[in-house]
Write a protein that binds this ligand. Structure first.
Ligand code: NOJ
Length: 759
């Protein structure tokens, strides 16, 4: 395209967008002029008629009647074009102004074709694949009548005790931001021109992942500088990518619950960041503010509207109290109008005023849901999410011959393959590891034994199974624990290699699933000990929704492959990796602690005044008496069947000025026997600044493929944007001085070059 054409095109696009906006505004102003206060408040009400996505103690009552009365703006928790059509028809034909509803759901890592849990997805470091997973999820969700996904969850988490670490992208704000953007783009496409895209809902705004002690829904207390530097960037990235909506979180920020926090929902979100979409509360987080102790039901509802909340999920505080607050002067008509307008704008942009049924097509589920193509993508994406943590003496990949003992409570458990937040997922359609091995390596002789229950602890069983009493994730075998182990040892004695499928049940992570002890349950530790004792090589295939403490496993198993919860195609994808059809390429995105006592443990920590750098123990350093400071596996770590070696970091200049760009290059060579993909990571360290900085920060990454013996130069352009940080008064800028450019295959093993950069 000729350069001169570009500004003209941009101008045309801007004018077109302005004309569209003007048209929308006129339509909505006209509609709102006909609405009563009650009908406006009704638009702010999001209800759940009960069913599969209930995540609190309250379920909305008399939903049909409320829709008819214009007291409902949107529904969530129902799926299927028939049911959605029924509800939409009540709104469109039965309510006075015929305003259509929006339909949301927790479409988190896939809709019916499930992809790996988000923490697993993030380990692929592959934003194109992640975007694809979101776009397939959007296509399936819309085929099911929906138009709003409560995703992406972009909360940074540094605490593996917190169950919801499984739902995010780990501990790093840069990677988290790239993934947030990819997911929003995947869900929303180019803006619902096709009825295969859904509105994204970024959550949970904000800082939910920093709950004290990793305990669910707990208090958050954080300095502004830490928020801006480490926790807020992914939300901002999702908003910059055009996310249509955002969900407020359960926690408090600076002493005010997020759902009623004006600084958060208005000053930061709208004034500083320019967010134009709508804000929805989390499930009853509005009424829960009474428990936080900031007022009664009416007061917290007014607080939320004043703060900038537009839509109330399930609490019905807006519906039941706003009119009274309006009469009493506690909220203004303009605040109600603004919130109502934002909800109507979302409906307008979805095209629902043109055609309320545009997302409802009864012929689509059969074609578009769980299609071969979607399952194929799920298998490929899952294989990219697995992380090889150990592979002694190249035990993996396995040969497609001989005898394998496949043991462990997760080896043949369809119920546990999908992972947490698989609301619409059908676990009966998932592929287990045992099935996958048979599919991929038909000639291998497989002996299966369950070996152990996921746990024998009645207290944990009761709590971890609470989500679905009809389809329990943790079952207790009729055989005794000793008999199960003895079966497994028997199988192992006849095999060349043991595959031990161990870990957590799917909902031992996720919402309301914090754990204080993040090691493997005792029943499975006993099994592993017995297996190791046989002297046969043990390959641990680990199912988990969080980093676990794995010191013994890491020291004693021959190989350790972390497969998270891989989704519908989990078993096939794991087998693809075990047998070398795909060389593992995942890299962990949350540090694996050596002990719960290290938590929070994360790579981008500060140096302290008395840093301990791993030298011989000396008194009065920042360390522990009993364990090292380093995690068991650092952020960014993951092996391949290939073996990648890094050359020195070459920089094109060692002194720079102003807005120059630095080019940093490293040569990566595959010295191994197998080809594979490697994620080359760029970190920057700023050793002297006006505020203390973290020891290093991820600023870039590139994924490359290398055949055996092949070398590639990987180049990063380092700009002054990458040097910026927040000062004490939250000014975002860089300061002149020395910088280290570090490149490597994980946050710990990096090569470094030093440059001086002046203003
Ligand atoms: C509560 C969860 O915190 C949130 O992530 C989810 O979207 C809502 N429930 C709706 O199910």
């Amino acid at each position: 395209m000729k350069k001169t054409l570009l500004p003209a095109l941009l101008l045309f696009a801007t004018m077109h967008a302005q004309a569209q906006d003007a048209k929308m505004n006129t339509f909505i102003t006209n509609l709102m002029s006909k609405m009563t206060v009650d009908e406006k408040i009704g638009q702010l009400n999001l209800v759940i008629p009960g069913g599969s996505a209930v995540t609190g103690s309250v379920v909305s009552k008399d939903v049909d009647d409320k829709i008819r009365k214009g007291q409902v703006g949107g529904l969530f928790g129902i799926t299927g074009p028939d049911k959605v059509r029924q509800a939409q028809k009540i709104a469109v034909d039965g309510s006075r102004l015929h305003i259509p509803l929006i339909f949301g759901l927790d479409v988190i890592h896939g809709h019916k074709t499930m992809f790996p849990i988000p923490l697993g997805l993030s380990c692929s470091w592959d934003t194109a694949l992640i975007k694809k997973s979101a776009s397939i999820a959007a296509s399936e969700a819309t085929a099911d009548g929906l138009n709003w996904a409560f995703s992406p969850m972009v909360d940074i988490a540094r605490d593996a005790r917190w169950g919801r670490i499984s739902e995010g992208s780990g501990e790093d704000p840069f990677l988290g931001s790239q993934i947030a953007k990819a997911m929003v783009q995947g869900y929303q496409g180019t803006g619902y021109k096709s009825a295969r895209n859904v509105m994204a809902c970024v959550k949970h705004f904000a800082l939910y992942g920093a709950a004290e002690a990793g305990r669910e829904y707990n208090t958050v207390d954080m300095s502004k500088i830490k928020m801006y530097e480490y926790y807020l960037p992914p939300y901002k990235a999702a908003i910059d990518a055009g996310a249509a909506s955002i969900m407020s979180s359960f926690n408090e920020i600076d002493g005010v619950p997020a759902t009623g926090n004006k600084w958060l929902l208005t000053d930061l979100l709208r004034t500083q960041w320019g967010f134009k979409g709508f804000v929805v509360s989390d499930y009853t987080s509005l009424s829960e503010m009474t428990n936080h102790g900031v007022g009664d039901y009416q007061a917290v509802s007014a607080l939320a509207l004043n703060a900038g909340l537009d839509m109330d999920m399930v609490a019905e505080g807006f519906l039941n109290t706003l009119k009274k607050s309006l009469t009493e002067g506690k909220v203004t008509q303009k605040q109600i109008d603004d919130a109502c307008r934002r909800i109507l704008e979302a409906k307008y942009k979805l095209g629902l005023f043109d055609d309320p049924y545009r997302f409802i097509d009864e012929s689509r589920p059969a074609k578009d849901i769980l299609s071969d193509e979607n399952r194929k993508a799920a298998r490929e994406i899952a294989a990219h999410s697995f992380v090889l943590l150990k592979n002694n003496a190249g035990i993996l990949p396995l040969k497609k011959s001989g005898t394998l003992a496949v043991v462990g409570p997760l080896a043949d458990s369809k119920r546990n393959m999908l992972g947490t937040w698989s609301v619409a997922g059908d676990y009966t359609k998932s592929v287990t590891l045992l099935e996958g091995i048979k599919n991929v390596a038909g000639d291998v002789n497989v002996i299966y034994a369950k070996g152990a229950n996921i746990t024998d602890d009645p207290f944990l069983i009761k709590r971890a199974n609470a989500l679905d009493a009809n389809a329990k994730e943790i079952t207790t075998d009729a055989k005794s624990p000793d008999a199960l182990i003895s079966d497994a040892v028997d199988a192992a004695s006849k095999a060349d290699v043991i595959i031990a499928a161990v870990g957590e049940s799917a909902d031992m992570t996720g919402e309301s699933s914090s754990r204080a002890d993040i090691s493997l349950p005792e029943s499975q530790e006993n099994l592993l000990k017995a297996l190791v004792k046989t002297g046969k090589p043990v390959v641990i295939v680990l199912f988990n929704g969080r980093p676990l403490v794995l010191n013994w496993e890491s020291a004693n198993a021959n190989a350790l492959l972390d497969v998270w919860f891989g989704g519908t195609e989990a078993g096939n994808a794991i087998a693809d990796v075990l047998f070398g059809n795909y060389s593992p390429s995942g890299k962990i995105t949350a540090s694996f602690p050596m002990s719960v006592g290290q938590i929070p443990v994360y790579y981008n920590h500060k140096n302290t005044g008395r840093p301990y750098n791993g030298e011989d123990f000396a008194k009065f350093k920042s360390d522990y008496l009993d364990i090292p400071n380093e995690p068991l596996y650092p952020f960014g770590f993951g092996l391949s069947y290939g073996n990648f070696t890094y050359g020195d970091v070459k920089v094109d200049k060692t002194t720079l000025k102003g807005n120059e760009t630095l080019t940093a290059t490293v040569t990566v060579t595959n010295t191994g026997k197998y080809g594979g993909e490697e994620t080359v990571q760029l970190y920057i360290s700023d050793p002297v600044a006006s505020v203390t900085r973290s020891v290093e920060d991820l600023k870039g990454f590139k994924k490359i493929t290398l055949q055996p013996g092949e070398s590639k130069d990987v180049t990063f352009a380092v700009t002054t944007d990458m040097l910026k940080f927040y000062s004490n008064n939250l000014k975002y800028d860089w300061e002149a001085g020395q910088f280290f450019v570090r490149i490597g295959g994980n946050s710990h093993d990096v090569k470094s070059a030093s440059v001086m950069w002046s203003k």
